[in-house]
Design a protein around this ligand. Structure first.
Ligand code: VGL
Ligand code: ZN
Length: 203
């Protein structure tokens, strides 16, 4: 039995990058790194998923309506668009989440594709058992997606050169990484990958 991997890029959207309404410090710095991971997956014809936060104008997720956050990633706005420098291969499957005005949906496992099919179902249909995860933000949507993936039995490589956190408290991202690793995620970087050479097939 072969094992199959997929890449999950979490919420690399304008509003989470410098200049956006909920900017993650240096959020855009991970874009070129993610582009390299995408090249690897694309060449191997391994699936690539890109999730996006996709909120209605009014949502309990926003401060204005009792939630935690300034308005961000409102459907069909510039802020909600995936970062323009992200070189998504045309086969990339875009997932949307956060459409329910009554819920905070941080995990990509709460996201659906353009036909409304849930991420978990898509992974099962494709026979995926390993996920490589990068994106924004380490301490929210990346963490939540990774912990869900582990809970559902996927092996996870956390791409620590391709994540950035909000850090409401300065230690939030470090703690999030520890929590993911404790849950079974393995840390990975592009550099390690190139040192390993061919081992990527098995990894
Ligand atoms: C996120 C805060 C609010 C995220 C989404 O993508 O990490 N963070 N909504
Ligand atoms: Zn949000």
């Amino acid at each position: 039995m072969g094992s199959k991997k997929a890449l999950l890029i979490v919420d690399v959207q304008n509003d989470f990058c410098p200049g956006g309404s909920l900017a993650v410090p240096e959020g855009d710095k991970i874009v070129p790194v993610l582009n390299r991971y995408m090249m690897i997956f694309s060449r191997k014809k391994w699936p690539i998923f890109a999730s996006r936060d996709w909120h209605p104008q009014e949502s309990k997720h926003f401060k204005q309506f009792g939630g935690l956050w300034p308005e961000h990633c409102i459907q069909n706005t510039r802020g909600a668009r995936l970062h323009p420098d992200l070189r998504l291969p045309k086969e990339t499957i875009v997932l949307s989440k956060g459409m329910d005005p009554d819920k905070d949906s941080y995990s990509a496992f709460q996201a659906v594709d353009s036909k409304g099919t849930e991420f978990f179902k898509l992974l099962k249909t494709l026979g995926i058992d390993k996920l490589w995860v990068g994106g924004l933000a380490t301490d929210y949507c990346v963490k939540s997606s990774v912990l869900d993936a582990l809970k559902f039995g996927f092996k996870v490589k956390l791409l620590i050169d391709a994540i950035k956190g909000v850090n409401i408290k300065p230690e939030d991202s470090e703690q999030a990484i520890e929590e993911m690793v404790r849950g079974g995620a393995e840390k990975m970087t592009l550099e390690e990958l190139s040192n390993q050479g061919k081992k990527i097939e098995g990894g």
